[in-house]
Design a binder for this molecule. Structure first.
Ligand code: CMC
Length: 377
């Protein structure tokens, strides 16, 4: 049997560039760029809507373009009644990420642009998804709390509306400011697993809802976006400050991974961590946040001294979400509500690249094994 010439296995696709992209660049020295802009120059200086526009339109908007984009986002925030009803009927013990994945797929049945697949319709679809994914998340939470599902407010931007529709109260300026920064930091990150999953689906010329459904299913795993919920499980598990060292060393002795640490690409600090750590510090006037922050800081030092690895985006994101009053099972849905802007941008770029993403595998099974009829097995 001849072996295919290109069947060299690169385990986990480490170090493989699967396509070209202009959208974002993850520099292993600890820098992250969106369309060439260093995120350190964006965080805190732009709203999340500006970042979403940048990713989808590949340039920063001027004032008028941003106003138009913001009103397009707010007017897209109403979900079809069928989606709201379906959320209400989902099993009470299902995880919000599973409901989100199901309802994004469901949303595809009610797309006002139907089967039209032009660049303009895909940009409209992308804009609607950027607006609607956070609303699905807010609707899941409100429904489960037996609280009314709220309408967005025209005068609010996307992050403010997200917080308002989730919590049911007017967000304080400091809180929406934190959410803008959180969403900016989570908007895109090269060919991470969920973005790659979206691009694989888009590469078959499948529709955007299918691609985003693939991405949500991929983000959910604890090695990816699901890590932040696990970080909070760990912080909840450690009761006393004195226990921290024993707890972390115990996990490492058992060869277990510490959630929220390590990264496939960065060899230096994840550039998002310092911003998230700073945001948590800003919220430390809350007693619970201060307690969690102290635990995190200690864990960070222990893990670094033992393994020389740094926290990734999910570590301090967990405490940021907690400080905003978001329950831990909604941490990954908030991540998805931010990464949606990167996903749709990559889906559109993949359509333009127009190449099927289809790797080979290295077959390690047998050949020409004699067939044994059923009666002789
Ligand atoms: N805890 C302890 N050791 C770790 C960790 C960790 N979190 N991450 C990596 N290592 C060690 C690992 O044991 C290995 O050590 P050695 O060479 O001695 O065997 C080395 O670092 C390389 O790890 P790897 O698992 O081969 O690296 P990878 O590139 O395949 O995995 C990762 C990257 C993110 C899956 C991994 O670091 C991990 O599982 N982290 C915990 C889960 C997590 O926080 N995920 C979020 C990822 S970043 C944001 C996102 O995508 O949402």
């Amino acid at each position: 049997m001849t072996e295919n010439s290109t069947s060299k296995v690169v385990r986990g696709l480490k170090g493989v560039a699967a396509a070209e992209t202009r959208i974002s660049y993850v520099d292993f020295n600890g820098f992250l760029y969106y369309l060439g802009y260093n995120i350190d120059d964006l965080v805190g200086r732009v709203t999340y809507a500006e970042v979403a526009y940048l990713l989808v339109h590949k340039r920063l908007p001027n004032r008028q373009e941003l106003e138009r984009f913001k009103s397009e986002l707010v007017s897209s925030m109403r979900l079809p009644d069928q989606i709201v009803d379906s959320i209400a009927r989902s099993p009470i013990d299902s995880h919000p990420m599973d409901i989100l994945r199901t309802e994004v797929s469901h949303l595809g049945l009610y797309d006002p642009d139907g089967e039209v697949f032009s660049k303009e319709t895909n940009i409209r679809r992308a804009t609607r998804l950027i607006a609607q994914v956070p609303v699905i998340v807010a609707t899941i939470f409100r429904t489960r709390q037996n609280q009314p599902v709220l309408e967005p407010k025209d005068e609010f931007n996307l992050a403010q509306n997200f917080l308002y529709m989730f919590t049911g109260r007017m967000p304080e300026a400091a809180e929406s400011n934190v959410l803008h920064r959180y969403m900016t930091l989570h908007a895109d990150h090269g060919f991470n697993a969920s973005t790659f999953a979206a691009r694989v689906t888009a590469s078959t010329n499948s529709d955007m809802y299918s691609a985003i459904t693939s991405a949500i299913g991929t983000l959910k795993g604890p090695l990816h976006g699901g890590a932040s919920e696990k970080v909070m499980d760990m912080l909840d598990d450690i009761n006393l400050e004195q226990e921290i060292e024993e707890y972390i060393m115990g996990l490492l002795d058992d060869q277990k991974k510490i959630m929220g640490f390590g990264h496939r690409i960065y060899r230096a600090q994840d550039p998002r961590t310092k911003h998230l750590r700073g945001m948590v510090e800003d919220l430390c006037h809350r007693e619970r946040t201060m307690r969690l922050f102290k635990k995190c800081f200690q864990i960070e030092n222990i893990v670094y001294s033992r393994k020389k690895i740094y926290p990734n985006v999910d570590f301090y994101a967990a405490v940021t979400m907690d400080a905003l009053g978001v329950p831990k099972e909604y941490f990954t849905p908030f991540f998805a509500s931010s990464r949606i802007s990167g996903w749709v941008a990559h889906v559109i770029e993949q359509y333009e690249d127009a190449v099927l993403l289809r790797p080979e595998s290295k077959y390690v099974g047998g050949f020409n094994i004699p067939f044994v009829p059923m009666e002789n097995r």
